[in-house]
Design a protein around this ligand. Structure first.
Ligand code: GDP
Length: 379
C-alpha cells in the first residue's frame, strides 16, 4: 500500500463502492462508501490561501449595481476599513453609486437587550423577503468589536432570515466612537440600496446616544418595549419615546396578552401628550408577538401607511434632505477634528497648554485661542 496516494485504509478498488476495514462482518450495505481521488487542496491542507484578486473600481461599481453579494460585502469592507487607501477607494465608489441609492424604506429599531428586537427583525425580514422584497439588516452598536458584538454579533441569531436569498445581514461595524460607526453604517446603507435592497432594518440598543444617531439616518423609527416593567426599569428614557413613530409592545402572547394590552393603552396615553416624532404623524403603540408573529402584518401596514402619508405631505423627502445636510456637517466636524488633533505641532502645544490650564496659570479660553491661532496660521 505504501506509495499509493489514494490509500485510505479501505479495502477494494478506489472507483466503485467499497467496504471500510472497520465495518462489522455482515454489517450490510449501510457501511459501503466510495473513495475518489483527492483534490489539490486536500493534498496540501496547510498551503496559505490564495490572495483574493484585486477588484478595479469598475468591478466594484458594476458588482454593487448588479446586486452581486460577494462584491457588495467586499465594498462594505472597504467602507469599514480605517486604511487611507481603502477610504479613498470607498469615497470614489460611493460617489459613483450614490445616485442609484435611496429607493428604500429605512426603518430604525431600538429597545433594550431582551425586548425581542432580533426576533422581531427575523420575523419581519423573513416575511418581507417572502413577499419579494430585498431586505438589508444592519446594526449600530458602538460597543461592538469584530470578535463579538452584542448586536447581531452572534451568528446563530436570525438563522431563518439568513437562509433567505433576498436577505443581507451585516453586523455592526467596529469602530469605537459612535461617530465612526455611524459614518460606516450610513455608507453601508448607500451601498445596499445601490445593490437593490428596498427595505433596510437598522437595529440599535436602546441605551445611550446610538438611537439618536439611528433616528438621523432612517425614515421610520420603531421602539420595541415589553410589558410588566416600568419604562425606567426598561432603561428607556423619555427622550427615546419621543423619537418613535411607533411603539411595539412585544411578547403579547400566552398569558402575557392582557398585560401587553394594558401597556399599550398606557403608552398611547403617554404618546398623546408628547410632541410627535414626525410632523403630521400621530405616533401610536401596538401589541405584537415576534414569536407567534401576531400583529406583524399590521405593523408593516402601519409603516406603509406612514410612508404614503409622509410622502404625500412632503415630510418624507424633507427629512431625507435634512438628514443629508446633517450628515455632511457631521463629516466636516469629524474631518476638522482629525486635522486639528493629529497635527504634530498642535499635539505638542496641546500637551504644554493642558499643563498650564491644569495648574491654573492660563485660562482655558486663552489656551484655546492660542491653539487655534497656531492651527490657522499654519494653513
Ligand atoms: P433583543 O436583545 O432585543 O434582540 O432580544 P431577542 O430577540 O434576542 O429576544 C430575547 C428573548 O426574548 C429571546 O429568548 C426570545 O426568544 C424572546 N422573545 C422575543 N420575542 C418574543 C415574543 O414575541 N414572545 C415571547 N414569548 N418571547 C419572545
Amino acid at each position: 500500500m505504501e506509495g499509493d496516494p489514494h490509500h485510505s485504509g479501505c479495502s477494494g478498488s478506489s472507483t466503485g463502492p467499497i467496504l471500510p476495514e472497520w465495518a462489522p462482518e455482515g454489517g450490510g450495505e449501510g457501511f459501503y462508501s466510495e473513495v475518489r481521488p483527492g483534490t489539490e487542496a486536500d493534498s496540501a491542507p496547510h498551503r496559505p490561501r490564495k490572495r483574493r484578486t484585486e477588484l478595479s473600481m469598475d468591478d466594484y461599481e458594476k458588482g454593487v449595481l448588479s446586486g452581486d453579494r460577494t462584491i457588495l460585502a467586499r465594498a462594505i469592507t472597504l467602507v469599514e476599513s480605517n486604511l487611507a487607501v481603502h477610504q479613498e477607494k470607498a469615497a470614489e465608489l460611493l460617489r459613483r453609486v450614490q445616485p442609484k441609492s435611496g429607493n428604500c424604506i429605512r426603518v430604525g429599531i431600538t429597545g433594550v437587550p431582551g425586548a425581542g428586537k432580533s426576533t422581531l427583525i427575523e420575523a419581519i425580514g423573513t416575511k418581507l423577503c417572502r413577499e419579494g422584497h430585498k431586505v438589508a439588516v444592519m446594526a449600530i452598536d458602538p460597543s461592538s468589536t469584530r470578535s463579538g458584538g452584542s448586536v447581531l454579533g452572534d451568528k446563530t441569531r436570525m438563522e431563518e432570515l439568513s437562509r433567505e436569498p433576498n436577505a443581507f445581514i451585516r453586523p455592526s461595524p467596529s469602530g469605537g466612537a459612535l461617530g465612526g460607526v455611524a459614518r460606516k453604517s450610513r455608507e453601508t446603507l448607500v451601498l445596499c440600496e445601490a445593490a437593490g435592497f428596498d427595505v433596510a432594518l437598522i437595529e440599535t440598543v436602546g441605551v445611550g446616544q446610538s438611537e439618536v444617531t439611528v433616528r438621523s439616518m432612517v425614515d421610520f423609527f420603531l421602539l420595541v418595549l415589553i410589558s410588566g416593567a416600568g419604562d425606567e426599569l426598561q432603561g428607556i428614557k423619555k427622550g427615546v419615546i419621543e423619537l418613535a413613530d411607533l411603539i411595539a409592545i412585544n411578547k403579547a402572547d400566552g398569558d402575557n396578552v392582557l398585560r401587553a394590552r394594558a401597556a399599550m393603552t398606557d403608552m398611547n396615553q403617554v404618546l398623546h401628550y408628547l410632541q410627535p416624532a414626525t410632523e403630521g404623524w400621530a405616533s401610536r403603540a401596538v401589541t405584537v408577538s415576534a414569536e407567534t408573529r401576531d400583529g406583524l402584518d399590521e405593523l408593516w401596514k402601519t409603516i406603509l401607511e406612514y410612508e404614503k402619508n409622509t410622502r404625500k405631505s412632503g415630510v418624507w423627502d424633507n427629512r431625507r434632505r435634512n438628514q443629508d445636510v446633517e450628515w455632511m456637517h457631521s463629516m466636516i466636524n469629524e474631518a476638522l477634528r482629525n486635522l486639528f488633533y493629529r497635527d504634530p505641532v498642535i499635539q505638542t502645544l496641546l500637551t504644554r497648554l493642558e499643563g498650564e490650564v491644569a495648574a491654573g496659570r492660563l485660562p482655558p479660553a486663552a489656551a484655546t485661542l492660542e491653539l487655534l491661532s497656531q492651527f490657522t496660521s499654519r494653513r
